[in-house]
Write a protein that binds this ligand. Sequence first.
Ligand SMILES: C[S@@+](CC[C@H](N)C(=O)[O-])C[C@H]1O[C@@H](n2cnc3c(N)ncnc32)[C@H](O)[C@@H]1O
Length: 420
Amino acid sequence: MMKIKIEGLNINGEGFCNLDKTKICVKNVLPNEVVEIESVIKKNNFIGARLINVEKSSPYRIKEKCKFCGNCGGCDFMFVDYDKGLEIKKQVIAKYFKDLYNGDIIIHKSKKEFFYRNKVSFYVENDKIGLLGLKSKNIVEIDKCIVSKEGINKVLKISRDYLKAIKNISIHHIVVRELGSGIIIVLVSDKKPKDIKLILNSLKKEFGENFGLYINYNCKNSKDILSDKFEFIYGQKYLQSVVNGIICFTKPYSFMQINDDVRNEMYESVKNEIKGESVIEGYSGAGILSCIMAKVAKKVVSIEINKTATQDAEKTRKENNIINLENINGDCSKILPQIISENKDAIFVIDPPRSGCSKNILEKLKENQVKKIIYISCNPYTLKQNLVYLKESFKIDKFEIFDIFPQTFEIESMVILKSK
Ligand SMILES: C[S@@+](CC[C@H](N)C(=O)[O-])C[C@H]1O[C@@H](n2cnc3c(N)ncnc32)[C@H](O)[C@@H]1O
């Protein structure tokens, strides 16, 4: 066991301390805390440690509001006062990007610190339902998730009763998404689950006609929780919601930002960057931002790899009578380079998955000296890699953080890049 003083947090939310030439990293700590730790991994000049005891606590450490904290792997930053936590996120980002940007970083806080999540994928094993554990990959049974919306919590209870009643052996996940006044439930199973009427009746009792039920056929050990084999069972096929004046139609499979209020604020910030120009959007999901931008752009071309998401995007476009938007279903790394060469004067909006933007796209953006890029990222690590790649041709004009994931150390950034 060792005693150390925490110097600061790194980009993964771990506290660090430099002892001689060794860097020690440990989770669940705050700057200036004195803590007892035990080493878990030792490699060259690095020690990955586990927290044993907080000897001198930070004034910003608070008691977690969730009784599953410490067991459930869901929220890793609930032990920190919300406003201080945001300040820490800002400091960490400022330090991490200091070689590339030393201007102000604007923070957009979440109106809701709890009950904000609009989607959860619950893990199921027989009649157990919950989330994956912090220390193991076993399911931690929960009866409430205080970062998820109320309707999702009601589905959690209904699902548990149903799994018990049918002595479940085939369902291994239950995915729930709540948007507007509706909720969609997907039972992910190897084969058709037993007595679906049971869960259907409970859902009708709770939500009236404001829900949709699907089965998704997928094997337990698949890489992705959902396959593309859906069976629609009952109710609403789409979730209908209004986002910044756009009526949206979303199916269970399409990507959607999980915090409605902060997402809306982020989309508004993107919209404010566009004043009549043409926009090319890569990694466009269910196309909501595309419609919002189309209201102020000359035209928008959006590219998304997921077929259902592009179908949702098309439905949303048509229902909103938007005619200056083209939704393309395809792989950005194959389609975007050509589009960049043909649309040098456009604004480019990219919002890639955690792995970041493809190198060949970044290369084309540089080669064509496009005027402006709006880069949205949920992973500061790949964001930095990509920005370093772009730095000889572009300068960072604005850096904003959107707190889409309160109670976790996840950070969503929006960076505006302008040609040098
Ligand atoms: C972080 S989400 C952004 C979605 C959208 N901008 C929004 O705000 O809802 C990333 C999206 O990129 C899509 N995607 C992943 N790899 C892709 C690729 N190679 N080409 C096109 N789209 C891709 C995913 O399906 C997902 O919808």
